[in-house]
Ligand binder design. Structure first.
Ligand code: ZN
Length: 272
């Protein structure tokens, strides 16, 4: 599943070619995404200039003159630039054609993604109104996390993956941030001290920032029509390292299930 760093890298990869261009057409070959693509989307978008490409959580926001095209990559979606003679493959559901000659192609084999239109201020869209703060913004820090966790008896890992608390902290990055902060994923959220919340918030920022930086090297893929943006080649301290030695202390990394997702942690570096 594309996580926040992949979405942010996608945003940076498409921003320059999209901003300032005018939309010539949108071709929808298969509207059956997570929600049906509006049948009048081509009529709405045609002729509109793109003002900027933003992001909120894992939603890409293509800001146009009359509103915003919201794109979510779902479980398996990707965007890339293609040329007019690039063969259309099975899961290439949507093309956005621009007057500067670029074609942005949306591919989504599992079709859990979304392409939605919102007139007016995009943050009023029902999918966006209840989202918590952006982890890389000034709106998120240790004191925000401390306040948000006071009444939560659920495990801290599930709490930081809750979009109402902070957006965009997926499974990989939750595991890694908790390891670097020295906090067991099973700890009750409200048991964290202010100091621990400060450490955890800082580590969330660090792991996401590092992943985005790793994604920078894949940016070229978005414009040369060759790349398949996916998970960046990164090494993790605990994620996916069940039964292997902790890179910090040598203890055996343990794997458990929390909320239907795998948690990985070092029992020595992250005491319960
Ligand atoms: Zn360890």
């Amino acid at each position: 599943m594309p996580e926040l760093p992949e979405v942010e890298t996608t945003r940076r990869g498409i921003q320059n070619q999209l901003t300032g261009a005018r939309i010539s057409a949108i071709v929808v070959r298969n509207p059956a995404l997570r929600w049906p693509v509006a049948p009048d989307l081509d009529a709405i978008l045609r002729g509109q200039r793109i003002l900027d490409v933003g992001r909120r959580a894992k939603y890409l926001l293509i800001e146009c003159e009359q509103g915003t095209l919201i794109i979510h990559l779902g479980m398996s979606g990707s965007l890339r630039f293609v040329t007019a003679d690039t063969p259309i493959e099975k899961h290439d559901h949507i093309d956005l054609l621009l007057d500067n000659g670029h074609i942005l192609r949306y591919r989504d084999p599992r079709r859990f993604g979304a392409v939605l239109w919102q007139y007016g201020p995009v943050l009023l869209h029902p999918l966006l109104t209840k989202l918590g703060p952006e982890p890389l913004s000034d709106a998120f820090d240790g004191s925000v996390l401390f306040d948000a966790t006071r009444k939560r008896g659920s495990a801290i890992k599930l709490t930081i993956m809750d979009n109402h608390v902070v957006v965009g902290v997926g499974n990989i990055y939750a595991n890694e941030a908790l390891f670097h902060a020295g906090i067991a994923p099973t700890r009750s959220a409200r048991s964290l001290t202010a100091e621990e919340c400060g450490r955890l918030a800082a580590e969330i920022r660090t792991v996401l920032t590092r992943a985005i930086a790793a994604g920078g090297s894949t940016l070229r893929d978005f414009v040369d029509a060759i790349g398949k943006p996916g998970y960046f080649q990164q090494s993790y301290f605990v994620y996916g390292r069940s039964e292997q030695a902790c890179l910090r202390c040598g203890s055996v990394i343990r794997q458990i299930r929390q909320g239907q997702r795998s948690s990985f942690f070092c029992p020595h570096c992250q005491p319960c």
